[in-house]
Structure formats: structure tokens, C-alpha cells
Design a protein around this ligand. Structure first.
Ligand code: FNR
Length: 189
């Protein structure tokens, strides 16, 4: 069986190092994971005023999550938290009340920064949000990536063996996490 993974890039930057990281993760992932990006850059700012009639971009977001077996967040840390665009997307997906798209969905979090702590604080912030949204998060391994440009090619090639092994182990564990969660919590049809 192939698991469909919807992935979020928390950055809207055209030169995003997290997008490069996402390409590396996809290259190194087990073959039974299939990936589709869930875009967040086209969403208006969420307001409860939309709850009675979601705009097409937000409906597409919710449909993309509904069509995924699991979600993967690859995100920068902004001011020791997550980028506003990503929080906005999560807020859209969590509503209207009673229709939270993240309920019981298997999820994993990873991120890259040029800095030494590699998004560790931002990831804790994201984990708190996903916890409230009732996603089933992979808690180990954690992956705080200090991004060193020389180690990655533009298409996500990873030139350092130890880094490639770490990212590949992260994705293998994510695959096992997804399989375990779906055994007890199958996605709604
Ligand atoms: C940052 N950056 C940053 N880095 C970090 O390690 N911790 C932080 O809290 C922040 N805060 C922050 C806020 C804002 C508004 C910006 C624009 C940047 C730096 C950040 O890690 C760097 O720009 C990365 O390249 C962002 O990832 P992407 O967009 O390249 O994927």
C-alpha cells in the first residue's frame, strides 16, 4: 500500500531552504510514501466570517488534507514561532467548528534554519498547535536541521552521507508512524 502524504512548506520565500529540505526528504523517503504539496500562499487571512461559505482556496486546502493519509510540515522558525502564513493555513483547516481537518491525522514536523538550533523553538510552537488540533504527531526522532547550503543540491540531493542517513531514517520512522496510526485510526472515507 502507498501512503499519500500532503506536505506543507511553512515558507513563502522563492529561495526557501525549507523547500530544498522538503525535496531532500522526498528523495530519501521510503518508496511507499507518495507526496503532494498543500499550498498555503494563496489563502486569504482566516476570519470566522467565512465559516458559512469558505472561499475556493480554503475548500481546496481542506480537500487536500482530507485526501491525504498523513501530513508533513517542513517549516522555518519565525521569531521563535511559526510563520504567520502557516498558522493561517492551520487555522483555516481547523475550522469550521466540528470540521477540523487535522483530527486524528498522522503528522510529522521538521524544519531548517541557518542558525544553530535549527527551528527547535518554532517546532515546539507548531507541536502545541497541532496538539490542540488533535493530530497524531510523531514525537521521535526530532529533526532540527541547521541548513548548510554546501550539503544540498537545488533538487534536494544531499551531498553529506551522515545528513542523508539521518533524513532517511527520519522518513522511514515517519512511514512506520503513519502505518501504526492508520491501523487504529483509519482515515475517514
Ligand atoms: C527569521 N529567521 C529566524 N531563524 C531562526 O533560527 N529563528 C528565528 O526565530 C528566526 N526568525 C525569523 C523571522 C523572520 C520574519 C524571518 C524572515 C527570518 C531566519 C530564517 O531561519 C531564515 O530566513 C530561513 O532561511 C527561513 O527559511 P526559508 O524561508 O528559507 O525556508
Amino acid at each position: 500500500m502507498t501512503y499519500q502524504v500532503g506536505y506543507f512548506i511553512g515558507s513563502l520565500s522563492s529561495a526557501s531552504i525549507n523547500r530544498t529540505l522538503s525535496k531532500a526528504l522526498i528523495r530519501l523517503a521510503p518508496e511507499d510514501l507518495s507526496f503532494t504539496e498543500i499550498p498555503i500562499g494563496n489563502l486569504p487571512l482566516y476570519s470566522p466570517d467565512y465559516d458559512s461559505a469558505y472561499p475556493p482556496e480554503a475548500t481546496a486546502l481542506k480537500e487536500a488534507i482530507a485526501g491525504s493519509d498523513a501530513v508533513l510540515f517542513v517549516t522555518p522558525e519565525y521569531n521563535r514561532s511559526i510563520p504567520g502564513a502557516l498558522k493561517n493555513a492551520i487555522d483555516w483547516a481547523s475550522r469550521p467548528w466540528g470540521k477540523n481537518s487535522f483530527h486524528h491525522i498522522p503528522a510529522a514536523v521538521i524544519g531548517a534554519s541557518p542558525g544553530l538550533i535549527g527551528t527547535a523553538v518554532g517546532q515546539q510552537s507548531l507541536r502545541a498547535v497541532l496538539g490542540f488540533c488533535n493530530a497524531r504527531q510523531m514525537t521521535s526522532p526530532e529533526a532540527y536541521i541547521q541548513f548548510k547550503p554546501d550539503l544540498y543540491g537545488a533538487d534536494g540531493e544531499v551531498f553529506d552521507e551522515a545528513t542523508a542517513a539521518f533524513l532517511s531514517a527520519f522518513m522511514a520512522e515517519f512511514r512506520d508512524h503513519v502505518a501504526r496510526v492508520l491501523t487504529v485510526l483509519p482515515r475517514p472515507a
